[in-house]
Unconditional design. Structure first.
Length: 533
């Protein structure tokens, strides 16, 4: 494949579009694994005789290693070469996927998932930083629109695709299918993508920063993902949050003193960069919580199969496919602020609509909400990324991309944790109301199971009905809270994102393109001024 590609001629005019294609290949692989594994968990449990804790760590091992190394992966790309770090991540992800497909037990599987997360952490920020360096400002929104559209599509079709592979092939197929995708991404990258790095800093690694950020972010994410099962007031969870706070404060102090910091906090002097990261947190909070708990609702309450439940998300996917690239082009013309604001308003409206669900709701009740949600996400995702990357000098694109990806990851984790906690707490109160005659211990166990979508079908019919009613009641309030959160994000987007078009802001501030004689430092300063306005 590589030899055939090398035989083709490549002009400077289309090189960047081939680069975009390679980045989208890899991004699709990363984001697909965020959702596709959930559908396979029951099959994995049966095949490997895995405990409930083992299933949880199949997800958590990936989430933790991914979250811990995102900022580090972005910064190492800036220092040693973004293409080099991207290729390392792709190869690591593919090899770990292949190893997982041969898992003899759950320990092997969990270790492979942790290695997958490491590969993803090096790929994810590199994809956005490579695109930002390959495209001039006037085309960057269009390119990032395609990039963001691929990300959202992979998240949306993950349950459908995973359900098909699990039912028609085997759960291991969801992992070994990553190998040919990775081969294609490597081949096209080697052929089309130029190397880029931040030549303004020396090539040294901020080891203390890596350790402190890893401990702080890792403890925070672990506390969030285990809060429902360990108890939010337990010593373990409170200890993790305390450790996270100490490590992150230490990280901020250390980064202000080290000569070559892993994260330059001057990025956040740009109000636009800060606003884009806050919006990333908000939209991921709403999106990940909705996708997970609505998927559980459709399977455990409405009794759809995994494939059917995945297919029912297709209206959102189609809207993202249509409006994602359009939003990217519009961001180039009118700026990202109106798109992000309008998109978050639509996301809020969709979540409010979904909060009206009942235990016997027809899919046709949910269909308009899925359509509105897809349009809203499309209008937010690519302009958000464009706003963040246009707010910093493109020599710093790797670290900036890592920070943005981290905001999305932590926001999604918070969304799942908060809605999960609300579901258990409010669901417990509802169970006390509708089945007061059932022993307290049974109600407690039912309430704990609500975080997984219901009490299960092996219980007496009366308890199953009660569990479903409690789950829907609690989820409705969780969706309303997410809707309010998204609406607050719309206000943040309008206040913090610069109203000017990216091309207007960067015409004289973007080094490396015709008519842009400014140095990297001058570019950074020129970009910060409109963000402060």
């Amino acid at each position: 494949m590589t030899e055939r590609i090398r035989g083709m001629k490549l002009s400077d005019g289309n090189r960047r579009w081939w680069t975009l294609g390679a980045m989208c290949f890899a991004l699709f692989m990363i984001m697909l694994d965020n959702t596709v594994v959930n559908v396979a968990l029951p099959s994995i449990q049966r095949d490997l005789d895995t405990s409930l804790s083992g299933l949880e760590w199949t997800i958590n091992a990936y989430t933790l290693s991914f979250a811990i190394l995102l900022v580090t992966g972005g910064r190492l790309g800036d220092i040693f070469g973004r293409r080099k770090m991207f290729l390392f991540g792709v190869v690591a992800f593919a090899l770990s996927s292949l190893a997982i497909s041969f898992s003899p037990n759950d320990a092997w599987l969990i270790a492979g998932r942790a290695l997958q997360g490491i590969g993803a952490a090096f790929m994810m920020p590199a994809t956005l930083s490579i695109i930002s360096n390959a495209f001039p400002p006037e085309e960057r929104g269009k390119a990032i629109g395609t990039w963001a559209g691929v990300s959202a599509i992979a998240l949306a079709i993950g349950p459908l695709f995973g359900g098909f592979l699990v039912e028609q092939v085997d759960w291991r197929a969801i992992f070994y299918i990553n190998v040919p995708i990775a081969v294609a991404a490597v081949a096209v990258t080697l052929w089309s993508t130029h190397e880029s790095r931040d030549d303004s800093v020396e090539r040294s690694i901020d080891v203390l920063g890596v350790v402190l950020s890893g401990v702080g972010i890792g403890a925070l994410v672990l506390g969030l993902v285990e809060g429902n099962s360990w108890g939010w007031g337990s010593a373990s969870v409170l200890g993790l949050f305390a450790l996270s706070a100490v490590a992150l404060v230490g990280f901020v102090i250390a980064e202000r003193r080290v000569r070559v910091p892993m994260l330059d906090f001057s990025y956040f002097r740009s109000v636009q960069f800060l606003g884009a990261n806050l919006v990333a947190f908000v939209v991921s909070f709403a999106m990940f919580g909705m996708f997970l708990f609505i998927a559980l609702y459709m399977q455990n309450v409405l009794r759809y199969s995994p494939i059917e439940a995945g297919a029912l998300f297709l209206p959102s996917t189609v809207m993202i496919m249509i409006f994602g690239p359009i939003a990217g082009r519009m961001a180039d013309k009118i700026g990202p602020r109106p798109l992000m604001t309008g998109g978050l308003v639509l996301v809020s409206a969709a979540l409010g609509w979904q909060s009206t669900i009942q235990v016997d709701s027809s899919y046709w009740v949910l269909l308009p909400a899925f359509v509105i949600m897809g349009v809203g996400l499309a209008l937010v995702m690519s302009p958000m990324s464009t706003a963040a990357m246009n707010a910093v000098d493109r020599t710093k694109a790797g670290a900036a991309s890592g920070v943005l990806s981290m905001s999305r990851m932590v926001g999604g984790t918070f969304g799942v944790a908060v809605i999960g906690a609300l579901t258990i707490s409010l669901g417990h109160d509802e169970l006390d109301r509708i089945i007061p005659s059932v022993p307290t211990g049974v109600r407690d166990r039912l309430a704990e199971s609500l975080g997984a979508g219901g009490g299960g079908q092996d219980l007496p019919a009366a308890l199953v009905d009660a569990s479903n009613q409690a789950y829907v009641y609690a989820l409705s309030y969780g969706l309303l809270i997410s809707a309010a959160f998204a609406l607050a994000g719309a206000v943040l987007a309008w206040v913090l994102i610069a109203p000017k078009r990216p091309a207007e802001e960067e015409t004289v501030a973007e080094p490396g393109f015709p008519g842009a004689p400014a140095t990297g430092q001058m570019a950074a300063e020129a970009q910060r001024e409109p963000a402060r306005a």
